[in-house]
Design a binder for this molecule. Structure first.
Ligand SMILES: C[S@@+](CC[C@H](N)C(=O)[O-])C[C@H]1O[C@@H](n2cnc3c(N)ncnc32)[C@H](O)[C@@H]1O
Length: 214
């Protein structure tokens, strides 16, 4: 189920202002909390991969904690932005890769980051299975996924309105996972789940760490 023309165009068009728009939609607080959680997940890491890196914002948070980082996305305009934003890190490279079929060899990465990817793809379990394939045994899957779960009805409505104002109607999926729903998919893909928590006072994100077993 690789990406299609409509999806490339949708994400490509958003690339130039994506990070500002995302900040407008969810607000700065949740980003700060996620940043703290995320940095704790990336100590002692040789090789890390981010799938669906967008403009490289989250790769930028972990880049100085890993020896080598490969940040990837399928939209060329996102890749251009990510290259600019990650140019200060000599250990980071940016590549055009579809998250369903990455073409990396089996068992090569110590850790994989999926930030705000799973809720927008049609088949999150397929992306998780591909991540499982390219991770080394005992490797970590680290997920940050914006969600409306745990928000009041009015806050959720505000989020939806701000999303539509900046991003318009998404081309495929746009879901909100709870920590348990995300954990169930991660387990289905063959990982052990070590932590799955809801972070954020206003806007929320599910943050999960899993491990490849076997
Ligand atoms: C919601 S944005 C998140 C970007 C970034 N991770 C962040 O949180 O700031 C989703 C990103 O995933 C990319 N994407 C969507 N489907 C993809 C796929 N099948 N393969 C690779 N990238 C994909 C889009 O181009 C977009 O940059």
């Amino acid at each position: 189920m690789p990406g299609n023309e409509q999806e490339y165009k949708y994400w490509g068009k958003l690339a130039r202002t994506f990070h500002e728009d995302a900040l407008y939609v969810v607000g700065p607080d949740v980003y700060q909390e996620v940043r703290r959680w995320l940095q704790n997940q990336f100590e002692v890491t040789d090789t890390a991969l981010e799938l669906g890196c967008g403009t490289g914002f989250f790769s930028g948070i972990i880049a100085d904690r890993v020896k080598h980082l490969t940040a990837t996305d399928f939209a060329l305009e996102m890749i251009e932005q990510a290259k600019k934003n990650l140019s200060q890190f000599s250990n980071a490279e940016v590549q055009k890769v579809d998250s369903y079929d990455t073409s990396f060899a089996d068992n090569v990465f110590d850790a994989i980051l999926l930030a705000n990817l799973l809720h927008i793809v049609e088949n999150p379990v397929a992306v998780l299975k591909e991540s499982h394939r390219v991770l080394q045994s005992d490797g970590r899957i680290v997920i940050v996924d914006a969600t409306g779960h745990g928000m009041s009805f009015f806050k959720k409505m505000g989020l939806v309105v701000r999303y539509l104002r900046r991003f318009g109607k998404p081309p495929s999926s746009n879901r909100s996972f709870s920590p348990d729903e995300l954990a169930a998919m991660v387990k289905e893909a063959g990982f052990a789940v070590e932590e799955s928590v809801l972070i954020g006072k206003n806007a929320k994100a599910v943050c999960l760490r899993g491990r490849k077993i076997g």
